[in-house]
Structure formats: structure tokens, C-alpha cells
Write a protein that binds this ligand. Sequence first.
Ligand SMILES: [Zn+2]
Ligand SMILES: [Zn+2]
Length: 337
Amino acid sequence: MKAALNVENRESQPESRSMQLTSPRPVKPLTGSNQQNIAIKNNYLQSIYQRLSFLIVLIPFLGFLVALGLLWQSEITSLEIGLLISMFALTAFGLEVGFHRHFSHRAFQTTTAIRIILAILGSMAVGGGVLYWVAHHRRHHQYSDRVGDIHSPHLHGDRIGGRLLGLWHAHVGWILKGEISNSMLFAKDLLRDPVIVKVNRLQPVWVILGLAIPAVLEGILTVTWMGVFRGFLWGGLVRVFLVHQLIWSTNSIGHVYGSRPFDSKDRSTNNIWLAIPTWGMSWHNNHHAFPNSAIAGLEWWQIDPGAWVIRALEIVGLVWDVKVPTAGMKEAKKLRR
Ligand SMILES: [Zn+2]
Ligand SMILES: [Zn+2]
């Protein structure tokens, strides 16, 4: 079943399902208590998140360097390429179709079992639990490229130094600051869902599982401890490093370089070359123009693997209420130059 899209960015107000074509909700200026509310103000908690974030960024990067070094000694095997690609595809899918389109934007509805699978796969990408991710992301949409946006590349000045700093901040710098967006404000609907809260609480288990699966698989198939290590390296750390870089590229490159067909009230862009590895996340200007759309590639030529899977699941009845913008909605938001 198709559902016309609510073009307003109202993720923090789940009960709203307007089908009218209205202009985006005005952004609340960040002052006083509002500024306090969008992030958790707890220095102790923030320092823990900061240290944890540092490790989450550093360890996969070191793993990637070790893997590159090992390539001088021995070739990557076809099994390892298979583990790398399949673990990459599954976890990036969990992020884009699960954390992003389903949990952050409620772009489609699905069964509890599929919600759990999507939440677990997304958690295996080691980008934080579903509540943490959704809160940051909805905040990003609410304040996109304005003060309050947690990872805009455009808030550090227009000089070359400021632009480079902005790119760094949007890509990874914001994570290293350990800021925690307020789930009570941005993800209240998910906090009310006991199943998702439970999956979120088990986040460390999913991270370990995501690293252990390729290690165990290669260990069993090669019957060596070296196989366990190499599976952990290629299907685990290298895979996490690559998922991180590609998903973070949407925050950095996806708000700086690329085309802007729609008036999205921010500086988001479309980039075709990132469309396949990000499951369609890189149609980011389309996405900011129609944040609740389950389909990110809005033209026939815009490759959107995430949408293909959503459509396939819709055909077999496992997904419903798939939101897409009408032709009129798209026309109304087209940028005319
Ligand atoms: Zn964005
Ligand atoms: Zn989004």
C-alpha cells in the first residue's frame, strides 16, 4: 500500500501524518533552555562517550592499516573478499534501510521481526545504538546546516581553513566530541517501544557478534587460528572502517559536493558514485527535500538499492505504508535556475 508523503520534517512528532504539501516547519532558534534540551548536558557521561567514540574511530582505522600491511605478505583470499562484501552490505543496509529510513523517518512500516533484524544489523555497523543514531539524525534534519545541526560542514566559516575544518567536523570530528543528542526529545517514539529499547541496550552484544561472525566463519572454513584472525580483520575491522567512511561521507561530502535538484532549505547534495555502497543514502538532496520518503532515488536512473529491497518486501507483504512523494510534490520543490 502506498502512502503519500508527509513533506514536513516532523520526526520528533510521530503522531503527525499530514498529507498536505506544506512548507517545512520553521526552525526554532537555539536559545536558553532549547539549547540545553537538544543535547544531554552531563560532563561525566560526555567524557565516557568521547573516549568510547575515540576507540570506535581509531580501532577500525588501525585494523585497516594492519590489513593493508598484511597485503604485502599474503593476498586477500576470495573467502575474505566475500566476508568483507557481505558483512559490509548487511550492516550498511541495517543503517540505511533500518536506522535511517525506517527508525528515523518512519518511511515504511514492517513486522516486529524485521524491525529487530534491521536494528541488530544497523547496530553491527558500530555507529552507536539505534536510539543514539536516530536522535542525532532527527536533530540533523531539524536544524540542517544551521546552528544546532550536530554535523553540518557549514558552520566553521567560509574561508578555506573553515571549510576544511567543517568537512572534518561533518565527517568524524563531531563524533570525537562525544556529544549525546537528547533521545527524550528526538526519539520519544522509540523510547516507548520496549522491543527497540531492549535491542538498543544490547548494543555491545551486536557489535561483538558482527566482529565474531566473519572470524568464526573463516576459522571454521580454514580450520586455522590465522583464519579466525584474518576473518576478524577483513570481515570485522576493515568492514567497519569502510562502512564508517562511506556513511560519514553523506554528512560531509553529501552537504558540500554534488547536485541540488530540490529546494531542501539546506545545502544537501546528490552524488551518484556513492549510491550503491550506501544503499541509496547518497541521494541526499532528494532525501532532505522529502525526508519521510522510503524511496531516495526519485528519478528512474537514480540507483537506489535500498528502495529495491523495500519494494520487494512490500510485494511479499512484509512491508507496508511505503511513503513516496507525488509528482506534484516533486514539481513544487524543484529548484528553478
Ligand atoms: Zn544531511
Ligand atoms: Zn534522514
